[in-house]
Design a protein around this ligand. Structure first.
Ligand code: ADP
Ligand code: MG
Length: 246
């Protein structure tokens, strides 16, 4: 039994797709209540890393432990373990034929087997929390990208996760809609949610993250406090990356 001191613990994680080794030995941990932002160039393995944390991708080798449960253990109940992990993608992936409220209720009903009234109450609470309460009966196509992404966040939160993974949640949004989504994420962070966030929003990372991890070429080049990694990077590769995005 692994002691439950880290929310996420990753040890010597490798992932290959055929001959391509995408993750080349990743080690890091996230403590409960921490916000860790992952930054790095396109193709460096950020999404693959996040997808290995909830086993959307099967790691080639290494250990992934979430809240004391080793997901890379063959005997683990992966569906049960995944229930505690919420994920928000760049594309919102809402069901187009369902209303906002139905989108936020469906997994609660099917996966958690919550009753209709309870699922609806929790859906409304979370939609209010992300500022979309008045759009319950709208369909996704009637919402802006920023509103759709906030519904996707509410949908993840409605599953009562202990960990939230975000993969470039604002990258598909028009610039004027980015702020609303980041505000919701900031609020979540302030409430103590444990978050692992892949983002290009350096101001967000600098203000909100407890730690920033810089990845390049499938390895972690630098991992430290946000003000150090973004404000005073030690490695040449980090400096070069930041000079391009800042
Ligand atoms: P990032 O999110 O940092 O842009 P990714 O994790 O998406 O990087 O991808 C890292 C590398 O892995 C890229 O070269 C990408 O083409 C490759 N890759 C990602 N997913 C797959 C897959 N399912 N099959 C083959 N190659 C993949
Ligand atoms: Mg990616």
């Amino acid at each position: 039994m692994t002691p439950v001191n880290h929310a996420v613990e990753i040890r010597d994680l490798h992932k290959r797709f055929g001959k391509l080794e995408v993750l080349k030995g990743i080690d890091f941990a996230v403590d409960p209540g921490q916000v860790v932002c992952v930054i790095g160039p396109s193709g460096s393995g950020k999404s693959t890393l996040l997808r290995c944390v909830n086993l959307l991708e099967q790691p080639t080798s290494g250990r992934v432990v979430v809240h004391g449960v080793e997901l890379t253990d063959r005997d683990v109940d992966i569906d049960a373990a995944r229930r505690g992990i919420g994920m928000v993608f760049q594309q919102f992936n809402l069901f187009p034929h369902m209303t906002v409220l139905q989108n936020v209720m469906i997994s609660q009903r099917r996966v958690l087997k919550r009753g209709k009234a309870e699922a609806e109450r929790i859906a409304r609470e979370n939609l209010d929390k992300v500022g979309i309460g008045e759009k319950c009966d709208a369909y996704p196509v009637q919402l802006s990208g920023g509103q759709q992404q906030r519904v996707a966040i509410a949908r993840a939160l409605a599953m009562s996760p202990a960990l939230m993974l975000f993969d470039e949640p604002t990258s598909a949004l028009d610039p004027e809609l980015v702020g609303d989504v980041l505000t919701v994420m900031r609020k979540l962070a302030e409430e103590g949610m444990t978050m692992l966030v892949v983002t290009h929003e350096m101001a967000f990372a600098r203000d909100v993250a407890d730690r920033v991890v810089f990845m390049d070429g499938g390895v972690i080049v630098e991992d430290g406090p946000a003000e150090q990694v973004i404000g005073a990077p030690r490695h040449e590769r980090t400096k070069t990356f930041l000079s391009r995005v800042l």
